[in-house]
Write a protein of this length. Structure first.
Length: 206
């Protein structure tokens, strides 16, 4: 069982929070709007609690379920409240037209989050290559990137608890390519596949 705190009260917290609870984990919802957080926690049901914006989250794993542009500001705002936590960046830094990345070359949102986080925290990139609708219903592979083996092991245990397969893509610099893969998904949805009801996964021979 993992203890998960979500910062953000939108679609991804609702979807991942639902799966997390179904997998036997505890869920804390933290929002900048306390009423929204309380409403979502009550909608998620038994096992979901609310936390205080800016205070130490209850969860060992803290999922930043906010837009990419808010990820670094939120981590800076929390500061030492995130000491020792596994911080999970799920963001997709798309530009306005969804045809390119909004990050500078040679970095990623996840790496910028790591720079802003307390030294004792560990950042993992995960879930960004999965459309919310697929995460709600399907069994997509979950690609993860991070520098700390123990943090990735903890994330993998959480991902397995919700019935999904974690696949480690390497250290945190690989988040650049996971963010690029998020863009690839948009291109496929708009062109070759033509809808958002698919996932990117790994098939092995034999
Ligand atoms: N939806 C998907 O299919 C999907 C798939 C993969 C990855 N992602 C990524 O997941 C993240 C969340 O997406 P979403 O679809 O859940 O977005 P969403 O429904 O728009 O929710 C975003 C949440 O972030 C909160 N927020 C924004 N800035 C904040 C700040 N500075 N401090 C605290 N809270 C803040 C918003 O709070 P208020 O309600 O108070 O405005 C809202 O609750 C994004 O980075 C997105 O790229 C989404």
């Amino acid at each position: 069982m993992s203890s998960i705190s979500f910062i953000g009260t939108g679609a991804m917290t609702r979807i991942l929070g639902t799966r997390a609870l179904a997998g036997g984990n505890t869920v804390e919802v933290i929002g900048r709007d306390a009423a929204k957080a309380a409403a979502l926690a009550s909608e998620l049901g038994a096992g979901a609690t609310t936390g205080t914006n800016g205070s130490v989250p209850a969860g060992d794993i803290v999922i930043l379920a906010v837009p990419y542009a808010s990820a670094v500001p939120v981590v800076s705002q929390y500061g030492d409240a995130l000491a020792g936590k596994v911080i999970v960046d799920i963001s997709n830094p798309f530009n306005a037209s969804g045809t390119g990345l909004a990050t500078a070359d040679g970095t990623s949102v996840a790496e910028e989050v790591a720079k802003a986080a307390p030294a004792s925290a560990h950042v993992v990139k995960a879930f960004n290559t999965i459309f919310g609708g697929v995460l709600a219903q399907g069994r997509p592979d979950v690609f993860i990137a991070g520098d700390d083996a123990q943090a990735k092991a903890g994330m993998s245990a959480f991902i397995e608890s919700i019935g999904l397969r974690p696949l480690d893509v390497g250290d945190l610099t690989m988040a650049r390519w996971l963010e690029g893969a998020g863009l690839l998904m948009i291109g496929l949805a708009r062109h070759g596949v033509g809808n958002y009801d698919f996932s990117l996964g790994i098939n092995t021979l034999g």
